[in-house]
Design a protein around this ligand. Structure first.
Ligand SMILES: C[S@@+](CC[C@H](N)C(=O)[O-])C[C@H]1O[C@@H](n2cnc3c(N)ncnc32)[C@H](O)[C@@H]1O
Length: 260
């Protein structure tokens, strides 16, 4: 099922839900900027557990989600299409949606410009393409934390070794150009400064999710993973008021010209 670097476990799906709650205001703001009208056909590419689909439904959209993970069909509210967006041009009709949206999907594909081009093809004339993706280079601790440094070494290292661009969010304008879409009409940058107390759980969940890949890549071992997980749990209590910077969530949007 594609070369997905994160896990496919109940714990990972729960992590996605919690992460989606954090970013819901940023996504809602971008959807409002896109100007959804009741009845608009909306497509969520790489929909995961369907949290962004719910935000579109709440704005009157008629929503379809695509994900390569067919088991997510049971989790989402709305129409679900199991498809690999790296391969399947015809998973949904060309020009079939007033909004084509994707959050944290381009980070996970081998050729993000090709997937963007495909998403653009699915946008109806006069419709909008909206994407949001991470710049994970922003993740940091303050005061400096050796545990966050180790998270960066292992997590970002595993992504990079798998051929993924950990700064992809910041590259969105260039990707739009490469995909032949042209410069975005606008961008949006959202950050989150948490504390070790409220962020250690997310650091631990992402570390656990990437660990099988990182161990296979030789970036860590089971023993080191377990020691790090124990240390971050302690840090969440002992250094609970220290700062933890999350990845930046970067959005870009573009309206397709109306048919003449
Ligand atoms: C990090 S999750 C983000 C989920 C959701 N968009 C969100 O923001 O909560 C990435 C999702 O993209 C899906 N995905 C990864 N590669 C894919 C592909 N080639 N085709 C379709 N879906 C893919 C994964 O199965 C996963 O559900």
């Amino acid at each position: 099922m594609s070369d997905y670097v994160m896990g496919r476990t109940a714990e990972e799906y729960e992590r996605l839900r919690r992460q989606a709650e954090v970013w819901a205001p940023a996504t809602g703001r971008l959807l409002d900027r896109a100007g959804l009208s009741p009845g608009d056909r909306c497509l969520d590419v790489g929909c995961g557990t369907g949290a962004a689909m719910d935000l579109m439904t709440a704005r009157g959209g008629v929503v379809t989600g695509i994900d390569v993970d067919a088991s997510l069909g049971a989790a989402v509210r709305g129409t679900f299409v199991a498809a690999d967006v790296e391969k399947d041009d015809d998973a949904v009709p060309a020009g079939g949606f007033e909004l084509v949206y994707g959050r944290l999907i381009l980070l996970h594909v081998g050729d993000p410009a090709a997937v963007l081009r495909r998403m653009w093809r699915w946008v109806a004339p006069g419709g909008m393409l909206v994407v949001q993706d991470y710049d994970m280079r922003a993740v940091d601790g303050y005061p400096p934390s050796s545990l966050v440094d180790e998270w960066r070494r292992v997590f970002l290292g595993a992504y990079a070794a798998a051929g993924r661009d950990v700064g992809l969010g910041a590259r969105l304008p260039a990707l739009f150009a490469e995909a032949g879409i042209g410069a975005p009409d606008g961008t949006d940058v959202t950050g989150r400064l948490g504390t070790m107390a409220d962020s250690a759980g997310m650091l631990a969940a992402t570390f656990r999710s990437i660990a099988p890949l990182a161990i296979a890549q030789g970036l860590t071992t089971e023993t080191k993973r377990d020691a790090w997980l124990s240390d971050i749990d302690t840090a969440s209590r002992v250094y609970g008021d220290h700062s933890a910077m999350w990845p930046l969530l970067i959005g870009a949007l573009k309206r397709k010209p109306a048919a003449v």
